[in-house]
Write a protein that binds this ligand. Structure first.
Ligand code: TXA
Ligand code: MG
Length: 349
């Protein structure tokens, strides 16, 4: 299959690209679309054959459920119900964060095909804030299932070029909407009843941080990174230990750890601020160095550049990627979670 990349940089291009995407999606095809978090590989959520094409293109195992994106909040009842005991909180979260990078886990409507939810009684739902995504989904008028547009377990794409390098020849169309604003996948939350406050269980850390969620309940993080080759808790079936993984082995330095290179090995550094005072960036051993947020170090900037930087280092041909930790607070929690999952020991040379 030929994969076409369609632009949106001029009003006439945008119009043409939107109708092409809508036409393909309505015909049960998959299309890669920009969202505010990462690029998604979309298909009609209510069409099981179309959804099966997502799993095939990504080589995604069937036990890993997808996120359903709504054209509008008012369409929620077609996909999910809100349990009465958490209704007030769920509605507040939607009111506050939608459209935006918050995914909620809710009891599934029986009409949603089982292939979407991997047979679970719950479904993940969100409404994307990306204007191009919104234009396409509101004109299609159907909910879209869309996981990140990478092959399973690999680095999430934050540009059309990254999608092409993941899925070239496997999907008919990529809508190029430029770089993604947040750069990390949505925060996934399950609301549980609790006293005196409801519990907001974070199944995947993301752009909506603990501080953002705190006003709405007691925030708990569910996903401790499981050990190598170990599946995650059934709570978040897709959260395997090895995820977001570059092909190149990656080692995450501990805070304050001094790195000692092995003679003859080629190293790439993923640096937070590029500051020699942080320890690693001043060493002479780097074949390549990519800095996430030069200068003071700003977490939103680091988040936006994170997956692109990882991809650049992976493609640079080094033997091993060494990653500096970022501050484990705010958005840094989401970056650190991805770094821990990306880490894979190098086989000794
Ligand atoms: O920002 C995002 O969320 C992007 C964009 C494209 O919307 N999508 C995304 O999808 O990151 P994906 O498939 O790469 O990650 C979805 C995660 C998986 O880890 C999956 O296991 C989890 O959501 N998930 C889906 N349905 C679930 C459910 N019913 N219960 C628990 N976890 C669920
Ligand atoms: Mg993904």
């Amino acid at each position: 299959m030929q994969t076409e990349t369609a632009t949106t940089d001029r009003p006439d291009h945008l119009k043409e690209t939107v109708s092409r995407a809508v036409e393909l999606l309505a015909a049960g095809e998959t299309v890669a679309l920009p969202t505010e978090t990462v690029y998604g590989l979309a298909a009609d959520a209510m069409n099981p054959e179309a959804v099966a094409k997502i799993f095939a293109a990504k080589e995604r195992p069937s036990f890993d459920p997808l996120i359903v994106h709504l054209p509008h909040r008012s369409r929620l009842p077609e996909i999910a119900s809100i349990p009465p005991e958490t209704e007030a909180t769920v509605l507040q979260l939607m009111e506050h964060f939608w459209p935006g990078p918050l995914t909620l886990i809710l009891p599934k409507n029986p009409d949603v095909p089982d292939v979407v939810t991997a047979g679970l009684p719950t479904v993940a739902v969100r409404q994307s804030a990306n204007p191009i995504f919104q234009r396409i989904i509101t004109s299609l008028k159907r909910p879209l299932a869309a996981p990140s547009a990478n092959r399973f377990g690999r680095i999430s794409p934050t540009s059309a070029a990254a999608v092409l390098s993941e899925l070239d020849g496997r999907i008919p169309l990529i809508v190029d909407g430029g770089a993604c604003h947040a750069g990390l996948e949505s925060t996934i939350v399950k609301v549980l009843p609790g006293s005196p406050k409801p519990i907001l269980r974070v199944l995947r850390a993301g752009p909506i941080t603990k501080d953002d969620l705190k006003p709405f309940g007691r925030v708990e993080f569910a996903n401790q990174v499981p050990g190598p080759d170990q599946a995650a808790s059934p709570e978040a079936p897709g959260m395997l230990a090895s995820h977001y993984a570059p092909r190149t082995p990656l080692r995450l330095l501990e805070p304050e750890e001094v790195f000692s290179p092995v003679e003859g090995r080629r190293y790439g550094l993923l640096s937070y601020r590029g500051d020699p005072d942080d320890g690693a960036a001043g060493l002479p051993c780097w074949e390549h160095m990519v800095v996430l947020s030069p200068g003071k170090g700003k977490l939103p900037e680091a988040a936006v550049r994170f997956f692109h930087a990882l991809r650049q280092l992976d493609e640079s041909g080094v033997d091993e990627i060494i990653a500096e930790p970022v501050p484990d607070r705010g958005l840094g929690v989401a970056i650190m979670e991805r770094l821990r999952r990306a880490a894979r020991p190098a086989t000794t040379p």
